[in-house]
Write a protein that binds this ligand. Structure first.
Ligand code: CA
Length: 232
């Protein structure tokens, strides 16, 4: 049975979430402030964490940062602000998804299911023996979750890594922003495709600009493509 930790200071919302989740067959645990939430998240094992952004004690972003430092428990942020900055910041720190308050419980449940499903898929399949994902000197070592160019390791955040992995495993194919959103972020972000552009910029500054290569190409009006180095 999947265990979900609810870190939310508004009692009404917290109780509502608990009832809905338990009705769906999940086991839940609740914390009403950031510090208690962080303690539970680190001490116990949860399959997923629902994390409010505005929390007393320690805010949600800080809780997220500290949890992700030690664990890879999936986190869905509950954000009150519908601002791209907030979403990008949360995702950048390693949140797996977010919903904007007030949210529809059905939407949240769908996102929870999607994340738990993805985690199942990833777990029992070690990438040993899988074909290396690469283009020229750029190489992804999926086993180590590591990207390198000419044997120099490039530090990437989780989202940057996932995005690069998706682009590179589909190299020489033009991918639309919608396709990228769906495959990297795991859900349709309701037309929020500027997130893709933001992350492409991050990748370009860490790879294209740094090594002075043209690696990620923009296909105007369509999306992005990574081409094999020799074909450039
Ligand atoms: Ca709150």
């Amino acid at each position: 049975m999947n265990r979900i930790l609810i870190i939310e200071d508004e009692e009404g919302i917290s109780r509502f979430l608990q009832l809905e989740l338990e009705y769906e067959g999940y086991k839940t645990e609740k914390a009403y402030d950031g510090r208690e939430g962080l303690r539970l998240a680190l001490d116990e094992d949860f399959d997923l964490i629902l994390l409010d952004v505005m929390l007393p004690g320690l805010n949600g972003m800080e809780v997220l940062r500290r949890v992700k430092k030690f664990k890879d428990t999936p986190v869905i942020m509950l954000t009150a602000k519908d601002s791209t900055t907030d979403k990008v910041m949360g995702l950048d720190i390693g949140a797996n998804d977010y919903v904007t308050k007030p949210f529809e419980i059905e939407e949240l449940l769908a996102r929870i299911r999607a994340i738990l499903r993805n985690n199942l898929k990833e777990d029992p399949s070690p990438s040993i023996g899988r074909k290396p994902v690469s283009s020229g000197k750029l190489l992804i070592n999926a086993q180590k979750h590591e990207v390198s160019y000419n044997e120099e390791v490039i530090p990437l955040t989780k989202t940057e890594y996932d995005l690069l992995f998706y682009l590179l495993s589909n190299k020489n194919i033009t991918l639309s922003r919608e396709q990228i959103l769906e495959n990297v972020w795991g859900f349709d972000y309701m037309g929020d495709t500027n997130l893709v552009d933001v992350y492409i910029r991050y990748l370009r500054s860490k790879i294209d600009d740094k090594y002075n290569i043209k690696f990620i190409h923009t296909i105007r009006g369509v999306g992005y493509i990574i081409k094999d180095e020799e074909e450039q």
